[in-house]
Design a protein around this ligand. Structure first.
Ligand SMILES: CC(C)(COP(=O)(O)OP(=O)(O)OC[C@H]1O[C@@H](n2cnc3c(N)ncnc32)[C@H](O)[C@@H]1OP(=O)(O)O)[C@@H](O)C(=O)NCCC(=O)NCCS
Length: 343
């Protein structure tokens, strides 16, 4: 039977470490290390320098994943690129990455198709599911799934925006999903969405129903008010739904696959808030030794959290062939998703 397995993973974070104290001292955010750590578990995050775009950050992660898969970039049949902070409104960052990977020039140009997924924190799980289906159907041999975010450019670092700006950081992760006849790989995936809560966590920037879509001054310059320019969030509603949806997504994945939580060797939870993950782990009875985190060091890197966890877990030997891995994510939309992977 044709299966889809993860043949390579890679992660990349920008070098600049921004601690909670740095947010106060260097950026003037009205917060404190104590407030952020107590409510979120975040100690620091990474911020990319000005001039670094989303696909720039994704490139080293993608290259590592491709090398670990033992293939060349030109062997990819598709790029699925998950982000909520794309380089531009359009075209998507997937085509920018394809160009950076050298897929669009020279005798061996493959002109690999690239598509962006706009599903925020669950974007990588949506991408993994899409890649798995493309490979299992026989349409593709190798699909690169990317989760990459440059949040630092779009954070409201004033007192008004501190609830959101203290949570997010920059980073990128990637995985190659490849075909195999072995009994391993992505055994199950399922995603969900509830658009009734679309306004609860959103960065609107413009309203396409308005004429013009961004208000203009007399000289034709666009004017974007801060409440439109930056993300807005009702944190408590997000928290409550995240716990419920993530628990349900893990239970559904196990039930549908005929296993119990005890059969899972490693849980890769989306890293939005350490407290959310502690609640979910407690509800599911997941012991601490089956969890790994990076929120303490990277903050919430949205689409990049799970591939970054994967890359680190492989590198440190926590994730080994034969292990059963449960991935689960929840985010703006609301959207969510889970996947069970036999590594
Ligand atoms: C964001 C979150 C940490 C806020 O915690 P909370 O206990 O709900 O806090 P509230 O938003 O009710 O704010 C409580 C107070 O802290 C203040 N506050 C908010 N952010 C702050 C910060 N970074 N530093 C200091 N004070 C802050 C608020 O202004 C408010 O002050 P007030 O009582 O004087 O009005 C929490 O709701 C959360 O983690 N939600 C989930 C968010 C998430 O995961 N988002 C990503 C989803 S993928």
């Amino acid at each position: 039977m044709r299966n889809a397995f993860i043949s390579g993973v890679g992660g990349h974070v920008p070098p600049r470490v921004v601690t909670n104290d740095d947010l106060v001292a260097d950026y003037g955010v009205e917060t404190s290390d104590e407030w952020i750590q107590k409510r979120t578990g975040i100690q620091s995050r990474r911020f990319a320098e000005a001039g670094v775009g989303n696909a720039d950050l994704a490139l080293p992660a993608a290259q590592k994943a491709i090398a670990q898969a033992g293939i060349k970039a030109a062997d990819l049949d598709m790029i699925v690129y998950a982000t909520l902070s794309p380089d531009h409104c359009f075209p998507g960052s997937g085509v920018l990455l394809a160009e950076k990977l050298g897929l669009c020039e020279g005798a061996g140009a493959s002109f690999t198709p690239a598509m962006d997924i706009r599903n925020q924190c669950s974007g990588f799980v949506y991408g993994l599911g899409t890649a798995s289906s493309m490979v299992k159907s026989g349409a593709c041999e190798h699909v690169l799934v990317v989760g990459s975010e440059v949040h630092s450019a779009a954070l409201d670092l004033s007192g008004r925006g501190r609830t959101v700006s203290s949570l997010f950081g920059d980073g990128a992760g990637a995985a190659v999903v490849s075909a195999t006849d072995e009994d391993r790989g992505i055994q199950y995936w399922k995603c969900g969405a509830d658009g009734r809560y679309a306004h609860v966590l959103a960065q609107k920037i413009w309203d396409i129903s308005k004429r013009p879509f961004i208000p203009q001054d007399g000289d034709g310059n666009g004017i974007v008010a801060p409440e439109m320019m930056f993300a807005n969030m009702d944190g408590r509603t997000v928290f409550r739904h995240a716990v419920e949806r993530m628990c349900f997504a893990v239970i559904s994945a196990c039930t549908a696959s005929g296993i119990t939580g005890d059969d899972v060797d490693l849980y890769l939870f989306h890293q939005a808030n350490m407290r959310i993950n502690q609640y979910v782990a407690k509800q599911l009875g997941v012991p601490e030794h089956k969890l790994i985190h990076n929120i303490d060091r990277y903050g919430n890197t949205t689409a990049a959290t799970i591939p970054l966890l994967m890359a680190e877990a492989v590198e440190t030997g926590r994730l080994k062939p034969g292990m059963t891995v449960a991935c689960v994510a929840f985010g703006s939309g609301f959207t969510w998703g889970s996947a069970l992977v036999r590594w």
